[in-house]
Write a protein that binds this ligand. Structure first.
Ligand code: NDP
Length: 399
C-alpha cells in the first residue's frame, strides 16, 4: 500500500520497524535512516527476507537539506520521526518542502531548555493544511494511546469528561541500580522538571515529585506514583469536552529516586555546558554516555507495565467513572521483538499511527494531536498488534 521513511534506529524505532514488517500489506517498503548507519543496517539484517522491502540510509536529521534530499530520493508516503524531540521541527520542515505526511511520538523541545509544549509544532498548522499533508503529533503511548483512549471514552462512554488521571506504571525490574527505559537524556529532563497539571483551564505548577500518591494497579499491585508535567495534558485539555482537571502520574521506585537526587545534587543532570579539560560538555549528555543503553535492557527486564486513563464525567445526566488501560509484559515483548516494554508500548502505536495515514483511515490535512481523529480503527489495531486494552467501570480513584 505504501512507503515509510523511519528516522532513528534506537529502541522505539526497532520495535516500530518490527511491527511495520508484521503489517507488510500496508508497509510495502521502508527506509531506515539515522545518524549511525550501522544501527540501521543491523536492523535490516535482522528483518530482511519478509514481504516488506527494507533499505537504509545515513542522515543527520538536524539538517533540513539532507532530509529533503533523502525524501526526494526514497519518495515515502509518510515520514515516521523516531529520532529525538530536538529533530521534530527540521523533519517537519523537510516534510513541508516535499509534501509528505509526518508522524512523531514526542513534542519538540529546544536543546538548551527543558520546555515541553506544542506551540512550536502547532505553528505549522496552516502551512501543513495548505500543502494538503497531515502531521500526526504524539503517536506513542503517552502521548499517543492515552489520547486515543480519551477520544474513545468521549465517543462511546460520556457526554462530557470532567476529570482525567493518566497513570503510567512501569513495574519492570532490570537489575541495575540505576538505568532509564528510554533515552536517558530525554527521560531525566522530563522527570527532573517541575510538575504541573491543568485545573479550571489553568496550569498549576508543583515542585519536581512534590505530589505523591499510592495506587493499586490491576495485574501489578500497589506502587508509589508522582505527579509530572506531561505534554498530552495541553492538547487533551483543549480537545476533550468538559475538562475541569487533568493530571499525569508516573511510578518510580525508591532506588531510582535516590540515585536521581544524588545525580542532581552533584550537577550531573544539568543541561548547561561546562568546560572540561578544554572541551565544552553537557553533564546530562555525559551521564547518558555512562548509563546502560536502554536498548540493552530487554533481556534483563522482568515484570509488567500498566498505562491507562481514569475518566470521570457524565452520561445521560448521571455521574460515571471509566478506566481504560493496557498491561504489557517486558519478557513477552523481548521474546517477540527483542525489546523491553517501554520501547514496545511506544513503537507499536507509532506504526499504527503511520498505518492510519497510509490506509487513508485518517486523513485530515494540517497539524493534529492524536485525539482529534476517530479512535475506533486505532483501538482495533491495538488489539491486533500486541497492545490489547482492558476496561473497568468501577476502578479505584486517585485522591
Ligand atoms: P534512542 O536514543 O534509543 O534512539 C534515538 C535514535 O535517534 C538513535 O538511533 C539516534 O542515533 C537517532 N538520532 C538522534 N539524533 C539524530 C540526528 N540528529 N539525526 C539522525 N538520527 C538521530 O531513543 P528512543 O528510541 O528511546 O526514543 C525515540 C523517541 O521516542 C524519543 O523522541 C522519545 O522521546 C520518544 N518516546 C516517546 C514515548 C511515548 O510514549 N510517546 C515513550 C518513550 C520514548 P544514534 O544511534 O546515532 O544516537
Amino acid at each position: 500500500m505504501g512507503k515509510a521513511l523511519i528516522i532513528g534506529a534506537g529502541g522505539v524505532a526497532s520495535v516500530c520497524i518490527h511491527k511495520c514488517c508484521q503489517n507488510s500489506d500496508v508497509f510495502e517498503e521502508i527506509c531506515i535512516a539515522s545518524r549511525t548507519k550501522s544501527k540501521c543496517d543491523a536492523l535490516k539484517a535482522k528483518l530482511d527476507g519478509g514481504k516488506t522491502k527494507i533499505s537504509t540510509a545515513q542522515v543527520n536529521a538536524d539538517n533540513v537539506d539532507e532530509l529533503i534530499a533523502l525524501i526526494n530520493q526514497f519518495k515515502p508516503d509518510v515520514v515516521i520521526n523516531l529520532a529525538l524531540p530536538y529533530q521534530d521541527l527540521t523533519i517537519m520542515d523537510a516534510c513541508l518542502a516535499t509534501k509528505v505526511n509526518y508522524v512523531d511520538t514526542a513534542n519538540y523541545e529546544p536543546l538548551d531548555t527543558a520546555k515541553f509544549e506544542y506551540s512550536w509544532q502547532w505553528a505549522y498548522r496552516e502551512r501543513f493544511e495548505k500543502a494538503g499533508i497531515t502531521a500526526l503529533l504524539g503517536s506513542g503511548f503517552d502521548p499517543g494511546v492515552t489520547g486515543v483512549f480519551s477520544a474513545y471514552a468521549m465517543k462511546h462512554q460520556f457526554d462530557e469528561i470532567n476529570y482525567i488521571d493518566i497513570l503510567d506504571c512501569n513495574a519492570g525490574d532490570h537489575g541495575y541500580p540505576f538505568a532509564t527505559n528510554f533515552n536517558p537524556e530525554i527521560n531525566i529532563r522530563e522527570v527532573s522538571a517541575k510538575g504541573s497539571y491543568i485545573e479550571d483551564g489553568k496550569w498549576v505548577e508543583t515542585e519536581p515529585m512534590e505530589i505523591k500518591r499510592v495506587y493499586n494497579f490491576p495485574e501489578i499491585g500497589e506502587k508509589d506514583m508522582y505527579l509530572l508535567h506531561h505534554e498530552e495534558l495541553e492538547s487533551l485539555a483543549l480537545n476533550i469536552k468538559g475538562i475541569k482537571r487533568i493530571r499525569f502520574f508516573m511510578t518510580f521506585g525508591q532506588s531510582y529516586l535516590t540515585h536521581l537526587k544524588c545525580l542532581e545534587n552533584v550537577g550531573m543532570t544539568s543541561i548547561e555546558p561546562i568546560d572540561f579539560e578544554g572541551h565544552k560538555i553537557v553533564p546530562l549528555q555525559f551521564l547518558k554516555a555512562v548509563l546502560p543503553d536502554p536498548a540493552s535492557l530487554g533481556p534483563r527486564t522482568v515484570g509488567k507495565t500498566n498505562i491507562g486513563c481514569i475518566f470521570i464525567g457524565k452520561k445521560d445526566g448521571k455521574d460515571k467513572t471509566y478506566y481504560l488501560y493496557n498491561v504489557c509484559d517486558h519478557q513477552e515483548c523481548y521474546k517477540e521483538v527483542g525489546s523491553q516494554a517501554i520501547s514496545y508500548t511506544t513503537g507499536v502505536p507509532a506504526m499504527i499511527g503511520a498505518a492510519m495515514l497510509l490506509t487513508g483511515k485518517w486523513n485530515k490535512p494540517g497539524v493534529h494531536n492524536i485525539e482529534e481523529f476517530d479512535p475506533d480503527p486505532f483501538m482495533e489495531a491495538l488489539n491486533t498488534f500486541g497492545l490489547p486494552w482492558k476496561e473497568s467501570f468501577n476502578p479505584d480513584l486517585v485522591e
